[in-house]
Write a protein that binds this ligand. Structure first.
Ligand code: UDP
Ligand code: MG
Length: 154
């Protein structure tokens, strides 16, 4: 099974939407393989958002991402990266399609509820950046046989 990485951003914590967002992933059939609350600092955000450090909005993004603790999680499922990105929606919540998390819960480009890894390669890097191996658990959902057909389980 594939794994992806998400951050429930300070906008989600401050607006008490943690349960609503996590429920969507659980209803979809994704397994929570690891989850914890943590405070992000400038060093980890400069790594995580390395592609954005030179953008004019980076100081504002840094301020936003350190406003409260966040919840980081590893989600497991078939094609998890692609499935979770599709559920996340476009970066700017105002452009995100209804039915996506950003489309349903936000109005902002910056305060956009959730981070989700954009490729399997980045998912692996991000999981290793935020989790120790022993914080990720290997178990199976009781309903796994109703979530996937036998030939979809690898
Ligand atoms: N962001 C922003 N303004 C922009 C572009 C991005 O504030 O013009 C923030 C936003 O919170 C976004 C994060 O920077 O989620 C990372 O940007 P990226 O382009 O990687 O978008 P994502 O992968 O989160 O959709
Ligand atoms: Mg991104």
């Amino acid at each position: 099974m594939d794994q992806t990485f998400i951050i429930l951003k300070p906008s989600t914590i401050a607006r008490c939407l943690v349960g609503d967002v996590l429920t969507r992933f659980q209803r979809k059939g994704l397994l929570i393989a690891g989850i914890k609350m943590m405070c992000l600092d400038e060093a980890i955000l400069r790594e995580h958002y390395a592609h954005l450090v030179d953008r004019p909005f980076f100081p504002s993004l840094l301020h936003s991402m350190t406003a409260t603790p966040v919840i980081v999680a590893v989600l497991r499922g078939k094609n998890a990266v692609e499935v979770v990105r599709a559920m996340t929606g476009a970066t700017n919540c105002r452009n995100a399609a209804p039915g996506t998390i950003r489309g349903d819960f936000g109005m902002s480009g910056q305060e956009n509820i959730i981070h989700a890894s954009d490729s399997p390669e980045n998912a692996e890097i991000e999981i290793n950046r935020f989790f120790r191996p022993e914080e990720i658990f290997d178990y199976t959902l009781a309903g796994i046989g109703s979530i996937y057909a036998p030939d979809e389980l690898d």
